[in-house]
Design a protein around this ligand. Structure first.
Ligand code: TYM
Length: 332
């Protein structure tokens, strides 16, 4: 059976982008077709200015939302990254295979480093080495497929490069993984700024639909989405990015096709109403289950405890093998 690994970073409240780009497929497809692991990657949340209590809170919330979105601990492994030491152990070894030039070319590093400097802050070294830790997350489990949105494909490419390089230099140790972005909604854009991704760490609330937004808040945000200067509903990402974004969201929520849907709506208003209702319907069961799970925090804790134990047992042999292959003396 193929191995699938993916993760979410607890740096903000999870969004519709996280859900349509990644989480939904984990629950509907991946956990049924693969030996799948889903991880709350809390170590990654420490790479930018952070509040420790908030990271803890968001990690718990992300775990609860993953389960609310349909992940079933009987079918897959859900755990927190910092509970499994193998991630950090392997990350160091991979740092000895990666180069600093490779890290500096990563688009997300460049964007985030600029933002941190603009805010007058300094850039944490861990922000530069973030993609190596992400490669360790993936490679530790012999992962074949990494279901992620478009924004993570460059990082998965790096994991591939590091796996191939390590195997060539030190002998076959790692499976070479590949990214599997979704066909629709691989990059959900901010409703107020369709040129930027809908990101959970961004501050512009009105353009971001959060998974826990009340139905009326969702409706308001979608109805106020920025559209384009034309009148007709056409699916053209370059000429009509706002409308294209709505069509993609609608298609992802209803299982339709954005080009075909563009022929169905005559005005921006009707497209927005249909999209708002489709999003509300997609989020409803997740929110209901989330409420139930919040009433039973012991259940979520138990899932994470078992998940970490299973993950540790899966990662340890590969990480031990990498230590031996690169020349480290095994402990007696
Ligand atoms: P993160 O937490 O930013 O996002 C989690 C997942 O959601 C996807 N995503 C989106 N998809 C479509 N449209 C959007 N607007 C959107 N925003 C987010 C992301 O592509 C991702 O799949 N570095 C990763 C976390 C990570 C990871 C890993 C992922 C760490 N180690 C190993 C896979 C494997 C991140 O920051 O995701």
């Amino acid at each position: 059976m193929k191995r699938v690994f993916s993760g979410v970073k607890p740096t903000g409240h999870l969004t519709l982008g996280n859900y349509l780009g990644a989480m939904r497929r984990w629950a509907t497809v991946d956990q049924h077709q693969a030996d799948a692991l889903f991880c709350i990657v809390d170590l990654h949340a420490l790479t930018v200015d952070h509040d420790p209590a908030r990271v803890r809170r968001l990690s718990r919330q992300a775990a609860t939302l993953l389960l609310a979105s349909g992940l079933d601990p009987e079918l897959c492994t859900v755990f927190v990254q910092s509970h499994v030491d193998e991630h950090a152990r392997l990350s160091y070894v991979l740092e000895c295979v990666a180069t600093d030039g490779e890290m500096r070319r990563m688009i997300q590093y460049k964007e985030k480093a600029v933002r941190e400097r603009e805010r007058g802050g300094s850039v944490r070294l861990s922000l530069l080495t973030y993609p190596v830790l992400m490669a360790a997350d993936i490679l530790a489990y012999g992962t074949d497929e990494v279901p992620v949105g478009d924004d993570q494909t460059q990082h998965v490419e790096l994991a591939r490069d590091l796996a191939v390089r390590f195997n060539q230099r030190y002998g076959h140790t790692f499976v070479v993984p590949r990214a599997t972005p979704p066909q629709v909604a691989a990059r959900v854009m901010n409703l107020q700024d369709p040129a930027s991704k809908m990101g959970k760490s961004d501050d512009s609330g009105p353009g971001i639909v959060y998974l826990l937004d009340e139905p009326d808040v969702v409706r308001k945000k979608v109805m106020r989405a920025v559209t384009d200067s034309g009148r007709e509903v056409v699916y053209d990402r370059a000429a009509q990015p706002g409308v294209a974004n709505l069509l993609e969201i609608l298609a992802a929520c209803t299982g339709g096709n954005p080009s075909e849907l563009s022929g169905v709506y005559e005005s921006y208003g009707s497209l927005k109403s249909a999209t708002a209702e489709a999003v509300v319907e997609v989020l409803r069961p997740v929110q209901e289950r989330h409420r139930e799970l919040c009433a039973d925090p012991g259940y979520v804790e138990g899932v994470l405890r078992d998940g970490a134990e299973r993950a540790r047992a899966m990662a340890r042999p590969t990480v031990d093998a990498a230590y031996r292959a690169i020349g480290l003396l095994p402990a007696a």
